[in-house]
Write a protein that binds this ligand. Structure first.
Ligand SMILES: Cc1ncc(COP(=O)(O)O)c(C=O)c1O
Length: 228
């Protein structure tokens, strides 16, 4: 993670992706710059509290921690709305934002489910600070186990490690294929890494409980014993 950020003097904003799902990297602290930050927070929005003041625009596909796919959360500062170019397509040219009107028929089911998820987060989990603590604990369980194992190797740089997506490699690609196949049989879904980087990846979004991560660690330990 760069310590100092040089922003072009003509820049109007700095775009960052707060959590990158493929390589499993996450901004632990956001860069301090003189221009507004714009961020794709699709994969870690609602996983931790953060100070929204430096951001001019935040957008997040809802499908990770907020609700069903096909919806997105957009938080935009009022002064940024004035800067939207007229050539932008209607959905981002935001006449609804300007005129405080609705754009289309609201996606009622999606809004309903998002409400349920937010209620769960607030009432069952006790909010963002609580979910961050759980998320960090889950990632620590996996990373501590892998770092000790001498078999599984986390691929993200230590200080940039994401607590949402944990990519890792096994000693050989054959073992990785076997690991994913056996894990799938044992009920652990989606452990194959993104096709552009290969390897394996555990995505442990808010909905993944700590017990599921403990089960995965114990499956990984068993697999290592058999194969390592
Ligand atoms: C940071 C980030 N941006 C964008 C996307 C893609 O979202 P969508 O499939 O809604 O285009 C993802 C999904 O993995 C993501 O993690």
């Amino acid at each position: 993670m760069p310590k100092d950020f040089q922003v072009d003097k003509d820049a109007s904003y700095l775009h960052i992706t707060s959590n990158e799902t493929i390589r499993g990297t996450q901004w632990a602290q956001f860069p301090k710059v003189s221009v507004p930050l714009v961020s794709d927070m699709s994969s870690d929005f609602m996983s931790r509290p953060f100070d929204a003041r430096p951001f001019g625009l935040i957008y997040a596909g809802a499908q990770k921690n907020v609700g069903p796919s096909g919806s997105a959360v957009v938080i935009v500062r009022k002064d940024m709305i004035e800067r939207i170019r007229p050539i932008s397509p209607p959905c981002s040219n935001t006449p609804p934002l300007r005129k405080q009107s609705l754009h289309n028929t609201p996606a009622c089911f999606v809004i309903y489910v998002i409400n349920l998820v937010l209620k769960w987060l607030e009432e069952k989990i006790a909010g963002l600070e609580a979910i961050e603590k759980i998320n960090r604990e889950k990632a620590k369980l996996l990373y501590d186990f892998m770092d000790r194992s001498g078999f599984y190797r986390g691929t993200a740089e230590k200080e940039s490690r994401s607590f949402m997506n944990i990519p890792f490699r096994l000693p050989t690609e054959d073992l990785e294929a076997k690991f994913v196949a056996e894990a799938t049989k044992a009920g652990f879904a989606g452990l194959k890494g993104h096709r552009s980087v290969g390897g394996c990846r555990a995505s442990i979004y808010n909905a993944t409980g700590i017990d599921a991560v403990k089960d995965l660690v114990s499956f990984m330990a068993d697999f290592q014993k058999k194969a390592g």
